[in-house]
Design a protein around this ligand. Sequence first.
Ligand code: FMN
Length: 384
Amino acid sequence: MAGVPTFGCYNIADLRRLAKRRLPLGVWEYVERGVEDELGLARNRAGFEAVTFAPKVLRNVEKIDPSTTLLGCPSSFPLAVAPTGAAGLLWFEGDLALAKAAARAGVPFTICSASTMDIDQIAAAGGRLWFQLYMWADRSLSSAVVARSHELSCEALLVTLDLPVPPNREYLYRNGFGTPFRLNPKNFTDIALHPRWLLGVMGRYALTGGIPSQANLPDRLRNKVTQAAHPGALFKQDNLDWDEIGRLRDSWKGKLVLKGILRPDDAERAAKIGTDGIVVSNHGGRGFDGSIASIDALPSIVAAVGSKLEVLLDSGVRRGSDVVKAVALGAKGVLAGRAALYGLAAGGEDGVHRALELLKAETVRAMGMLGARDISEVDASLLA
Ligand SMILES: Cc1cc2nc3c(=O)[nH]c(=O)nc-3n(C[C@H](O)[C@H](O)[C@H](O)COP(=O)(O)O)c2cc1C
């Protein structure tokens, strides 16, 4: 699209390299890494790489339309921006930059429970908004933010289920980037070596109100990332069960989506309680290292519930052809986590726009190569 800087980046891997240069190691590894031995992370990419196509030829692909609907509303191509809690550490007011870029690109954006801007500030970006829910120990905090997301016309509530206990992110301790954040010689040097980030991100926060905090909490509970959380204001999902999700289903009037499903029987249970959609996800390899790759889990889940609810997928999407692979295997669309974050760290709103523009252009190109003129023609018949 005219007027959008390229940043000298012609694919998501280019944006990734730029992001890596710009971020302190501690922040970079928080975005990039998986958990433990990072086998899940590797499986996500290997899963996509193993899917191949048998293109159809002579199909007159002069006009290609990648638009679709996601959860019942139009989207310019089958992708939404995933919830990513740390956006505000990558760019000043990073959540807003992500939301604005998604609105410009005509795709939905998912606001995070853990964001460092509150839901009202992010909703100002316009566009299609979904809200991702983690349960706080004090469930009344969750109810309040869910009610606010409804008032702000968030169309869907995505409840993340795949972190019942905290994930094992050893590198955070190694880098001294735990919560609460404590300055030590190692992370001090890391930050000092990235003055552009220090001034452009942290410096701007310092000038406009201080260190970021968990913004979706009421003022009295909002601690800065350098302070321990108040009791009750920590996420607590180990006691979450199907009954609680069922009650949420009864009370939430919008679309309800369960994120982090990897088994057909869980997907069937989700359908049974009236869930509108699921995200087949292993949390981008950031939750449990032993989990199956989402793209490998997708076919059996689609076979079980594809006709009953909308199946979305995330974890490992880095190319438009990955979007097309997921759709060919039965997903309605994908969520992009790190791909959007690389764009954010590389260039704020314009960087995210570049990431989305690249993914969309690659999606269109892949459809052309396959002889698919619109999304309804992207199906299993294209798979090798
Ligand atoms: C830095 C970062 C923060 C994330 N924070 C959240 C979060 O707060 N809630 C959530 O449900 N998922 C979160 N995720 C997971 C994403 O929503 C998504 O499942 C994952 O990034 C998809 O994999 P991908 O990064 O390979 O696209 C986060 C992912 C990253 C990379």
